[in-house]
Design a binder for this molecule. Structure first.
Ligand code: CO8
Length: 257
């Protein structure tokens, strides 16, 4: 599939999606959002794909929603046109997604990274929700996902002042999973994705579902949900193979059954 604003490729069981508007620092216009939703839904359904890496360019993962596109719209346009359509489709991809972030991840770009399951950042990464400087607020989950990721104190600081945090601060705050030197970013993200994609697919999807459930459920409901998923995995051939391989001191051969 070829896109105007994205590059997509499969590398074994890993799909790589690259935002490709470098001159606009990968600003997220409506074409990017529609193409991203389409590409991620396609890889979500592709049985050969076990994990997805989403990245940008060296200078920017994405510098936010496209301000030039947004500037002229009024409330009725935004409301009736359901402005920022498409993000639900991105956030509901069932396969693990790794954001490989170099440079700016601002506004909608930070929000897009937070829709991924793991954020691997290069030392150059900068995160922020600068919408306040434009007279708006985060619109694609920033006030909610950022607060859950890093807590109220820091989320308020970022959302109210519009300041950026560097990779080290983002890692300390719990937004970023790992920081790597810039030249290692893609290798690290692709290796992590390949590792995930090699594990039994059902267990991987359930692990993602269970962790995400913790954002929605009470502790007792979440624990019950986790237990049911855990029990259900004993119905899979891959559980038998994984445990037999451990006991027989050999590598497991998973079949995704
Ligand atoms: N939208 C449109 N164009 C942009 C954007 C953007 N968000 N960010 C950068 N660009 C363009 C610039 O206009 C410039 O284009 P041109 O060369 O034609 O003038 C080019 O990218 C390079 O940018 P700069 O010259 O500004 O590069 P600098 O290195 O000087 O600065 C910054 C980099 C600091 C990242 C700066 O570009 C900047 O502040 N960008 C805007 C960041 C921002 O405010 N983002 C939040 C946008 S609002 C938002 O995301 C709301 C989310 C709601 C949901 C989103 C749904 C899609």
């Amino acid at each position: 599939m070829s896109y105007e604003t994205l590059l997509t490729e499969s590398r074994g069981a890993v799909a790589l999606v690259t935002l490709n508007r470098p001159k606009a620092l990968n600003a997220l216009n409506s074409t990017v959002m529609a193409e991203l939703a389409d590409a991620l839904a396609g890889f979500g359904k592709d049985e050969t794909v076990g994990a997805i890496v989403l990245t940008g360019c060296e200078k920017a993962f994405a510098a936010g929603a496209d301000i030039k596109e947004m500037q002229g719209i009024d409330f009725v346009d935004a409301y009736l046109g359901d402005f920022i359509f498409g993000w639900e489709a991105i956030a509901s991809v069932r396969k693990p997604m790794i954001a490989a972030v170099s440079g700016f991840a601002l506004g909608g770009g930070c929000e897009l990274a937070m829709m991924c399951d793991v954020i691997i950042a290069s030392e150059t990464a900068k995160f922020g929700q600068p919408e306040i400087t434009l007279g708006v607020i985060p619109g694609m989950g920033g006030s909610q996902r950022l607060t859950r990721a890093i807590g109220k104190a820091k989320a308020m600081d970022l959302v109210l002042t519009g300041r950026m945090m560097d990779a080290a601060e983002a890692e300390r705050a719990g937004l970023v999973s790992r920081i790597v030197p810039a030249e290692r970013l893609m290798d690290e993200a692709l290796e992590a994705a390949a590792k995930i994609a090699a594990f039994p697919r059902a267990a991987v999807l359930m692990a993602k579902e269970a962790v995400n459930r913790s954002f929605e459920a009470t502790l007792s409901e979440g624990l019950r949900f986790e237990r049911r998923l855990f029990h259900s995995l004993f119905a899979t051939a891959d559980q038998k193979e994984g445990m037999a391989a451990f006991i027989e001191k050999r590598k497991p051969e998973f079949s995704n059954r």
